[in-house]
Design a binder for this molecule. Structure first.
Ligand SMILES: [Zn+2]
Length: 736
C-alpha cells in the first residue's frame, strides 16, 4: 500500500553523486530453489452486486465454497476467519477505535458504514456450523470487534486432510475510506468475503507453538493469507457491462434475462481477490512482450550481476489492462509505461512475474481511499491521489506492482512484520524507478519545482533518510503493526526507515552482493511465508563466503533495536612537538632551554607531525565505520575496519603518501577512541564514513572536522574553525 507520508521538506538529492564501488569478486552462492505453489485455501465464489436506491453499488450477496487443506502435522479442531468489512461497521470496532475514523488523510463520514454477515456456514454435504460461530478478539480486549470469527468443528481436520465449507454471506460496502468501498458509480471490492486465517505449524515463521494466525483488522494493519486457486463469478447491474476488472483472467461474460451481466474470473496460486466496477472506466489492454521489452544485453547484465545463467533471468509475456477514469485518458501511455517498467525491472531483479495478467486501476477522484493498493495481479494507482497537483502515477504504479513481489508472492505477515512488505518494497521501488526513469525523476529538486508532494518512494535513499530523521525512533522496525507507538511510527519504521536500513546494508555489502541477497531471499520464499529471521539467515548464507560475518550485530541493532547511530569527530590535533624547556644534562654540563621569544620557533621543525583524532560514538548503536584523514600536502590516510571480533574493531591504516601501513583497534563498548599517529605533513581534516555508506548515521554534520589552517606555532587545539561551514555544506548536500 502507498505510504502515509509526503515530503514536507525539499531535497537536494541530485547534488550528491556517490560511487559505491565495494565490489566483491567472489563467487556467491545462490540460495535458489523454484518453489511450487501449493493451494491451501481455494475459493469458488458466486457474488451479486446490487445498487441501493440512489444507484450506488453497495450490496453484496455471496455464496462461497472454501476448500481448505491442512498441510500441517496438527489435528485442528476449529477454524478462524477474517470478516474485514466489519472494521467499518461502527465506532466500537478496533479499527475505528485506533484510527479515530481517519486514515491516510481520509476521514470517515457518518452513515457510510460497511459490514459483513455470515448467514450460513456448513461443511459441504454435512454439519451446519452457523450456530456455533463466535466472535473473538485475539489481539485486544475489545469484545465489540467483529472482524474475526471462530468456528469449532465436531470432527477435527487431520493432518493432510481437506475440508470444504459452503458459506453464504451478505455485505455492505462502506463509502470508500480505507482501501475498499463505493463512491458514486465506482466500487472497489476488496477484503469482501469471509476469509480463512493461516494455520501456522511449529516452526512456520519461527512459531514455537502451533495455532491460528488470524488477527483483527487494526488501523495500521494490512493482511496475511494462504495461497489457493480462485474462481469468482460476479453478477452486476447492466450499467457495468464491459466496465469490470478483477484479479486474474476473465473467462466468460453472460447477459442475463433480468438485465444483469455475469462475469467469471479465475486465478490460481494467489492469496486474495479484488474487483472493481465503474461506469466511467475507459478500459485498454496492451501486451507486455518479453522478447520486445527486454534486451539480451539487459538479460546478460543481470545474469552477471546475480551470477545466474541467462535462462533464469528470462521473463514472460503479460496482458496488461489499464482501467482509467475517462478524464485521465490522456495519461494512458504513462500508466502502461510504468506498468511495463515495473514488470521488467522487478522481474529482472527478483524473478519472473509468474502471472498472465496485470490490471491497473485508476480510482475516481473521490475514491482516492481505494488508490495505492495491491492485490494479486491487480493494483490500484492514483492519478488523482494528490488532488491533481502532480500528475505522477509512476511512483504509485511501480510501488503497488512491487507488492506483487513483496507480500503477494513472498507472502509475509503484514500484521506482524510490516517492514518485510512495505520496507522491502520501498527499497525496491526506488531501485526500479531509478533504473527506469533515471534523470527524469531524480532532479525534481531543482529550479523551483514542486517537489514537496513527491511521494517518498521516488528514488532516493536520502529522502528516506530525511523522513527518518524527522521522526521519532521510538520503536524498533520489527514491531507488530498495531503495536507501534502511533500510526506515524508505524509508517516511519515500515517504509523509510527500513528503506534506509536496507540501503545502508547495501552500501556495506556492495550493490551486486545485495542484489543477490534479495534475489535469493525472494526465490527461496516465493509462495511461502518467511519471517524476519529468514531474511537475516539469507544475508548470512549469501554473503558467508565473502565476509565470513554473522550479521546479527546489524539486525539486532537496526531492525530489532531502536538505538541511535551517530559517530562524530570530536577533536583533531596536529602539530610538531613543542621544543621542551627546562634544564638538561649534557655530559657534565647543565644547559637551560628557554621558551623561544618567537612563537614560530616553539616547535621542533625536525620532528614529524604528531596527530591525535578523537572519535566519539554518540549514540548507543555501533557500526564499523571507515575513516579518512587528509594531510596538508594532499596525502590521505584511510582507516578501514578489517575485522570485528571479540568485541573489538580492528582498523588498518594506510598512508597514500609514503605507503606506510599500521593497525589500531577500538573496543566496541568504548564510547570514544583517540587515534594517534605521526605524519610528515600536517593533518588537516578527519572524516567518518567518507563514502557515505552509513545512511543510518543520524547526524552527518558532526562526521568531519578540520584542524585550523595556516595558524603557525605549536600545536593548536582545533575546535574546528571550519565546522560551521561544513555543517551548512553538509546540510545543503542532503536536504534543505
Ligand atoms: Zn506499499
Amino acid at each position: 500500500m502507498k505510504n502515509l507520508f509526503r515530503l514536507s521538506t525539499a531535497v537536494f538529492a541530485s547534488l550528491i553523486v556517490l560511487a559505491v564501488t565495494l565490489s566483491l569478486s567472489v563467487m556467491l552462492r545462490n540460495v535458489s530453489a523454484e518453489n511450487a505453489p501449493q493451494p491451501l485455501a481455494s475459493y469458488k465464489i458466486d457474488v451479486q452486486l446490487k445498487l441501493d436506491d440512489k444507484q450506488r453499488p453497495k450490496h453484496l450477496e455471496g455464496r462461497e465454497r472454501l476448500t481448505w487443506l491442512n498441510d500441517s502435522p496438527d489435528t485442528i479442531s476449529d477454524l478462524q476467519f477474517h470478516l474485514y468489512l466489519n472494521a467499518f461497521k461502527n465506532e466500537k470496532s478496533t479499527f475505528f477505535r485506533e484510527s479515530g475514523g481517519e486514515l491516510r488523510s481520509d476521514r470517515f463520514q457518518q452513515g457510510q458504514w460497511g459490514w459483513i454477515d455470515v448467514n450460513e456456514m456448513k461443511i459441504a454435504g454435512g454439519e451446519d456450523l452457523t450456530s456455533k460461530i463466535e466472535f473473538i478478539h485475539p489481539d485486544d480486549d475489545n469484545a465489540d470487534d467483529r472482524t474475526v470469527i471462530r468456528v469449532p468443528l465436531s470432527k477435527p481436520v487431520k493432518p493432510g486432510e481437506k475440508i470444504a465449507l459452503d458459506i453464504k454471506f451478505t455485505a455492505q460496502l462502506p463509502r470508500v475510506f480505507a482501501r475498499t468501498g463505493y463512491w458514486a458509480s465506482f466500487a472497489l471490492v476488496g477484503q469482501w468475503f469471509p476469509k480463512i486465517g493461516v494455520w501456522e505449524a511449529v516452526g512456520e515463521r519461527r512459531r514455537a507453538q502451533a495455532g491460528w494466525n488470524c488477527h483483527q483488522f487494526h488501523a495500521t494493519t494490512e493482511f496475511y493469507a494462504d495461497f489457493g486457486n480462485y474462481d469468482v463469478t460476479m453478477t452486476v447491474p447492466a450499467v457495468y457491462k464491459g466496465k469490470i476488472g478483477a484479479t486474474g483472467m476473465m473467462k466468460s461474460e453472460r447477459d442475463n434475462p433480468d438485465g444483469t451481466v455475469t462475469y467469471n474470473f479465475v486465478q490460481d496460486n494467489v492469496h486474495d481477490f479484488a474487483w472493481t466496477v465503474d461506469t466511467n472506466y475507459v478500459i485498454v489492454k496492451r501486451p507486455f512482450k518479453a522478447a520486445e521489452h527486454v534486451t539480451q544485453s539487459e538479460i546478460n547484465e543481470w545474469s552477471r550481476r546475480l551470477n545466474l545463467p541467462a535462462d533464469r533471468i528470462a521473463l514472460t509475456n503479460v496482458d496488461v489492462t489499464v482501467m482509467i477514469q475517462n478524464e485521465h485518458r490522456d495519461q494512458l501511455d504513462r500508466h502502461f509505461k510504468a506498468a511495463f517498467n515495473a514488470i521488467k525491472y522487478f522481474g529482472l531483479r527478483y524473478g519472473n512475474y509468474p502471472y498472465d495478467t496485470l490490471t491497473v486501476v485508476d480510482p475516481p477522484h473521490n475514491g482516492g481511499g481505494a488508490g495505492g493498493m495491491e492485490y494479486p495481479t491487480f493494483i490500484t494507482a492514483g492519478t488523482s491521489w494528490r488532488a491533481g497537483r502532480d500528475q505522477n502515477p509512476e511512483a504509485v504504479i511501480v510501488h503497488e506492482f512491487g507488492h506483487q513481489f513483496w507480500y503477494l508472492l513472498v507472502a509475509t505477515n503484514e500484521f506482524e512484520e510490516s517492514w518485510l512488505d512495505e520496507g522491502f518494497n520501498t527499497y525496491s521501488t526506488a531501485k526500479v524507478l531509478q533504473t527506469a526513469y533515471g534523470a527524469d525523476v531524480v532532479p525534481f529538486g531543482f529550479a523551483g519545482i514542486d517537489w514537496f508532494y513527491f511521494p517518498m518512494e521516488i528514488p532516493h535513499p536520502y529522502e528516506d533518510r530525511l523522513l527518518t530523521l524527522q521522526g521519532k525512533f521510538n520503536d524498533p522496525i520489527l514491531t507488530p503493526a498495531w503495536k507501534y507507538y502511533d500510526s506515524f511510527s508505524y509508517g516511519l519504521n515500515s517504509y523509510p526507515r527500513t528503506g534506509l536500513t536496507l540501503n545502508t546494508l547495501e552500501r556495506y555489502l556492495g550493490e551486486d552482493v545485495m542484489a543477490r541477497v534479495m534475489r535469493s531471499y525472494h526465490q527461496k520464499w516465493r509462495y511461502r511465508h518467511p519471517a524476519s529471521q529468514d531474511f537475516f539467515d539469507t544475508v548470512n548464507q549469501v554473503t558467508g563466503q565473502v565476509t565470513g560475518q554473522d550479521f546479527a550485530w546489524f539486525f539486532d541493532q537496526f531492525v530489532k533495536g531502536a538505538g541511535t547511530l551517530d559517530y562524530e569527530i570530536a577533536e583533531v590535533k596536529s602539530g610538531r612537538p613543542d621544543v621542551k624547556t627546562g634544564v638538561f644534562d649534557e655530559g657534565n654540563q647543565k644547559t637551560e632551554v628557554k621558551e623561544p621569544e618567537d612563537a614560530d620557533e616553539a616547535s621542533d621543525k625536525k620532528a614529524p607531525y604528531a596527530n591525535e583524532v578523537a572519535v566519539r560514538r554518540v549514540g548507543e548503536a555501533w557500526f564499523p565505520v571507515e575513516m579518512l584523514f587528509t594531510l596538508e600536502d594532499g596525502a590521505r590516510i584511510s582507516a578501514k575496519p578489517v575485522n570485528t571480533r571479540d568485541g573489538v574493531i580492528e582498523y588498518q591504516f594506510t598512508d597514500s603518501g609514503d605507503g606506510r601501513q599500521w593497525s589500531d583497534a577500538w573496543a566496541i563498548k568504548d564510547r570514544w577512541k583517540k587515534f594517534e599517529f605521526t605524519t610528515g605533513s600536517k593533518l588537516v581534516t578527519a572524516e567518518i564514513d567518507p563514502e557515505r555508506k552509513v545512511l543510518l548515521d543520524a547526524n552527518l554534520t558532526n562526521n568531519s572536522k578540520t584542524d585550523s589552517i595556516g595558524v603557525g606555532g605549536a600545536v593548536r587545539w582545533s575546535s574546528g574553525a571550519m565546522h560551521w561551514v561544513q555543517a551548512i555544506l553538509q546540510a545543503f548536500s542532503f536536504l534543505s
